[in-house]
Design a protein around this ligand. Sequence first.
Ligand code: ADP
Ligand code: ADP
Length: 236
Amino acid sequence: VSLLSVEGLSKSYGGIHAVRSVSFMLQAGEILALIGPNGAGKSTCFDMLNGQNVPDSGRITVMGQETTGRKPREVWRLGVGRTFQITATYPTMTVRENIQVALVSYHRRLFDFWTPMMSIERSEADRLLDLVGMAGYAERPCGELAYGDLKRLELAIAFANQPKLLLMDEPTAGMAPRERVELMRLTARIAREQSIGVLFTEHDMDVVFEHADRILVLNRGSLIAEGSPGEVRANR
Ligand code: ADP
Ligand code: ADP
């Protein structure tokens, strides 16, 4: 059974077909890029996948469980994580405390009650910081971090939730080219090590060609091409 299966997903706004009968699959450990010009329907697809938008028709299945039309919280509980374009960290708290907050909410998902923050193992937060190469930043307030470091912290926060599928809508927006490549290299390494499937949108084609295993090309709501970076590059 596929990690993610999307069949005939469609969404219209008035007369605008934002997403038209989109179908694709994503396997565990696979890095899939969704590309296309502005207005192609990428965000609409993402929002339907994470439960923030209800499709008109079609079916979304995560590890055999249908998530179509479920609320964001339920989709999250089924193992679908995401990163946010706008940073959602607490600037006056330290880097470690920000991860502890994420761990508290993850534990709430598991046990359905709030575990007091002090009981969350510091070592678990430190393990996550280590994972993204930020071990030395634990005591720093988030508000002092450079933008690229904040993005890495957000990645650690996303992994704190132990997603099976990670949705990243323009994860590298606003970053310098070298930082973009590094962030996606880090994401891809962790995803492959932990068999997490990643679906991401990205405007920087260098990043897409270097890090995606497979690319979906969306145009005016429809998938117009699909293939490996080599195949998509050859057909541009
Ligand atoms: P630019 O020419 O402005 O640098 P690109 O040629 O990289 O832009 O891509 C233009 C848009 O088309 C981008 O949004 C990109 O995601 C999309 N795109 C890239 N490759 C393909 C392709 N093979 N088929 C269709 N659309 C593509
Ligand atoms: P992308 O993320 O690829 O830029 P979007 O999914 O944001 O594309 O948009 C796809 C199309 O749907 C666009 O024509 C956009 O104007 C339209 N659209 C998106 N959201 C809404 C909305 N809430 N109401 C009306 N039209 C929308």
